[in-house]
Design a protein around this ligand. Structure first.
Ligand SMILES: [Zn+2]
Length: 135
């Protein structure tokens, strides 16, 4: 019995469904992931068994392959949101966790490439927490 997950980009043009389970969930702090997310780390789910189906907006999906590396990113051509993609010649599905609208049971397995983390990415769990805008 497979789970089905749905997701979309920020503008809503691109919608997708994923059937199957995620095997790994990594928070990647490498330079490429920091650049392509604009944040401290990427948060990607990985599956070698799940399938990806575009529900709408497939013509807006673009893929950027960083030359001379294995780093790729899929995104909406209209709003720039990160989107799922197949890697390793279609053998591995990579899903940005933030692109999902469904709840998932997975929790991150590890922070990876922590040796490449941003200079300000330090003791972030000690930073004050507020529920909305800072006052
Ligand atoms: Zn979009």
């Amino acid at each position: 019995m497979n789970n089905r997950y749905s997701g979309s980009c920020l503008c809503g043009d691109v919608r997708f469904e994923i059937d199957g389970e995620f095997e790994h969930f990594y928070l990647c702090h490498c330079e490429y992931s920091r650049k392509d997310t604009g944040s401290a780390h990427a948060a990607n789910l990985f599956s070698s068994i799940a399938s990806l189906k575009w529900i709408s907006g497939e013509s807006n999906v673009r893929q950027f392959n960083l030359p001379a590396t294995r780093h790729s990113k899929c995104f909406c051509n209209k709003c720039g949101s990160a989107l799922p993609m197949m890697q390793m010649e279609g053998k591995l599905l990579v899903v940005p966790a933030g692109s999902l609208n469904s709840e998932i049971q997975n929790r991150p397995n590890a922070h990876i490439f922590i040796a490449s983390k941003a200079c300000w990415d330090d003791a972030l769990d000690k930073v004050p927490v507020v529920s909305g805008f800072p006052s």
